[in-house]
Design a protein around this ligand. Structure first.
Ligand SMILES: O=C(O)CC1=CCC(=O)O1
Length: 92
């Protein structure tokens, strides 16, 4: 099942920089592990925003929820999920 996910990151200004850097490092490692195993298929930065659009390929809504809720930045993100279906005119 394919899902388009937008993540908007909002780290509080009073979070110590070292703590923010540690969370971002864990986020990167987690994201790259999921990209390697094929579930996080694409990751794009939104130009000019601390946000991304990502494409996930997972087995279920529950799997996606588990995966997203384990993101180290999850407490600091607004996440919008769009489930995707086949378009009848698509050739690929
Ligand atoms: O920087 C972001 O958009 C949040 C994020 C998701 C995966 C990652 O490494 O950073």
């Amino acid at each position: 099942m394919l899902f388009l996910v937008r993540m908007d990151v909002n780290i509080p200004h009073d979070l110590p920089a070292a703590q923010a850097d540690e969370i971002k490092a864990r986020e990167k490692a987690y994201a790259q592990q999921l990209q390697r195993d094929g579930r996080w298929k694409n990751l794009w930065r939104v130009v000019g925003e601390y946000a991304n659009y990502s494409l996930f390929d997972v087995e279920s809504n529950d799997e996606l929820h588990t995966l997203l809720s384990q993101l180290p930045l999850f407490p600091f993100m607004k996440i919008h999920v769009t489930p995707l279906a086949q378009h009848p005119s698509a050739i690929a």
